[in-house]
Design a protein around this ligand. Structure first.
Ligand code: ARG
Length: 400
C-alpha cells in the first residue's frame, strides 16, 4: 500500500520536479501522477513542459494560466498592504505559493486525488508556504514532498531520473537557483552564498545596469483606485499589462534591484538577490498616495499591521484567520486611496515627483507659510504647555 493513490504534483519542468514523477510511483507506490504547471509569467514555454511531464510518466499534465489572478488577488492585495518583508523584500516569490497551492487543491478535488505533492527541499520557505496553504484549503489532503526525504545528491538525482526517462539537463546547469514570475526574479546560491560577493551583471534580466540606462528622465503617472493600481499615464490597463509595462519602464531605468540577507522561516539566514521593478515602484507610489489621503493615526497604525502582514505572507500564512482579519482592516483603509502619483525614473531611481487625489486631506491654507495661512499659531502655545507638561514636571523633580 503506497502513501497515496492519485497525486497532483506542482510541476516546473526542472530536473527535481521531473524526478518526482517516477520517484512517487516507484518508491512511494503512487498509481497516478497528474502534473500541474502554473503559468504565473515565468516566461517559460509551457507546451514542451507539458509533453515532458507525460514522457516522465504523468497520466495527465495540466497547464493553468494564473497571471490575472496572481496580479489581481495576490500582488495587488499585497500592494494595498505595502508589504515588504524585513522592510525590503516585496514578496514576489512568496506571493505565488498560496495561489499555486490553491490550484493544486482545486485540481486534486476535481480529479479525485488523495494527495498533492511539490518538489521543495527541507531548507526553504516554499515548503512551509505550500504545506500550510494546502492544509488550510483542504485539511483532508495529504502533502507529499519527495525531495524533502530523498537523500540523493544532484548527480544521483539526475542519474535516478535517467533510469526512468527523465532527460538530464542539456546545458551545464547554472550555479544559481532562480525563481521567476511576472512580479520578479529571486536569485540565490552558487557564488552568491558569500554575502561579500557582489553579483555579476549577467544575473539580472529585468533591470539594466545604471551605465546602460537612458540619459533622460522619464515621468510616469500611476493611477490608483481604492489602493489598486489601475492606469499608467492616464490609460486604464488590464492588471497584467500594467505590471508588465511598468516592469519594462522601471527596469529600463535600472530600478528594482535588491541584494539582501534575509531570515528564513526555518531559522537559516540566506543571501538573495531580487529584481522586482514594478512591484517596488507600485508599493512606493501607493504608500505616497496613502500619505495624502489618510489621517495620521490610520497611517501610523497601519504601519504596524503592514509589518505583521508581510510576515504572514513570508511565513506561509496567507490563508489564515489573522491574515483574513487584517485584510478587512486594510480594505477599509483603502476606501479613499484613489488618485494619481507621478514617478520620475532616472538612473536607478524612481522618485515620487507629485501626487493628487479628489480625496486629498492635505490643506494648503493650513500648510502654507504665506499670507493665506489659516493656522492658529497662538493655539500652539497652549498645546505645547499641556503636551510637554509631564516632561517639564519630570525635569523639575529630577534636575530641580
Ligand atoms: N527568499 C525568497 C522567498 O523566500 C525566494 C525563495 C526562492 N528563491 C530562489 N532563488 N529559488 O520568498
Amino acid at each position: 500500500m503506497g502513501r497515496a493513490k492519485k497525486v497532483v504534483l506542482a510541476y516546473s519542468g526542472g530536473v527535481d520536479t521531473s524526478v518526482c514523477i517516477p520517484y512517487l510511483m516507484q518508491e512511494w507506490g503512487v498509481e497516478e501522477v497528474i502534473t500541474l504547471a502554473a503559468d504565473l509569467g515565468q516566461g517559460d514555454e509551457l507546451g514542451p513542459i507539458q509533453e515532458k511531464a507525460l514522457r516522465c510518466g504523468a497520466v495527465e499534465s495540466l497547464v493553468i494560466d494564473g497571471k490575472e489572478e496572481f496580479v489581481q488577488d495576490y500582488a495587488f492585495r499585497s500592494i494595498q498592504a505595502n508589504a515588504l518583508y524585513e522592510n525590503r523584500y516585496p514578496l514576489s516569490t512568496a506571493l505565488a505559493r498560496p495561489l499555486i497551492a490553491k490550484m493544486l487543491v482545486e485540481a486534486a478535488e476535481k480529479y479525485g486525488a488523495d494527495a498533492v505533492a511539490h518538489g521543495c527541499t527541507g531548507k526553504g520557505n516554499d515548503q512551509v508556504r505550500f504545506d500550510i496553504s494546502i492544509m488550510a484549503l483542504n485539511p483532508n489532503l495529504k502533502v507529499l514532498a519527495p525531495a524533502r526525504e530523498w537523500k540523493m545528491s544532484r548527480e544521483e538525482t539526475i542519474a535516478y531520473g535517467e533510469k526512468y526517462g527523465v532527460e538530464s539537463p542539456v546545458k551545464k546547469s547554472s550555479p544559481y537557483s532562480i525563481d521567476r514570475n511576472i512580479l520578479g526574479r529571486s536569485i540565490e546560491a552558487g557564488p552568491l552564498e558569500d554575502p561579500m560577493t557582489e553579483p555579476t551583471e549577467e544575473i539580472y534580466l529585468m533591470t539594466k545596469a545604471i551605465a546602460d540606462t537612458p540619459n533622460e528622465p522619464e515621468y510616469v503617472d500611476i493611477g490608483f483606485e481604492k489602493g489598486i493600481p489601475v492606469s499608467l499615464n492616464g490609460v486604464i490597463l488590464d492588471p497584467v499589462v500594467l505590471v508588465e509595462r511598468l516592469n519594462e519602464i522601471a527596469g529600463n531605468h535600472g530600478v528594482g534591484r535588491l541584494d539582501m540577507v534575509e531570515n528564513r522561516v526555518v531559522g537559516i539566514k540566506s543571501r538573495e538577490i531580487y529584481e522586482a521593478p514594478a512591484l517596488l515602484v507600485l508599493i512606493d507610489a501607493h504608500r505616497d498616495l496613502e500619505s495624502l489621503t489618510q489621517t495620521a493615526d490610520v497611517t501610523h497604525y497601519k504601519n504596524t499591521v503592514e509589518e505583521i502582514y508581510s510576515q504572514l505572507i513570508y511565513r506561509g500564512l496567507w490563508y489564515s484567520p489573522l491574515k483574513e482579519a487584517l485584510d478587512a482592516f486594510i480594505v477599509k483603509t483603502q476606501e479613499r486611496v484613489t488618485g494619481m502619483v507621478r514617478v520620475k525614473f532616472f538612473k536607478g531611481n524612481a522618485n515620487v515627483a507629485g501626487r493628487k487625489s479628489d480625496y486629498s486631506i492635505y490643506d494648503a491654507e493650513l500648510a502654507t507659510y504665506g499670507m493665506e495661512d489659516q493656522f492658529d499659531h497662538k493655539a500652539a502655545e497652549g498645546f505645547i504647555y499641556i503636551w510637554g507638561l509631564p516632561t517639564k514636571v519630570w525635569a523639575q523633580k529630577m534636575r530641580g
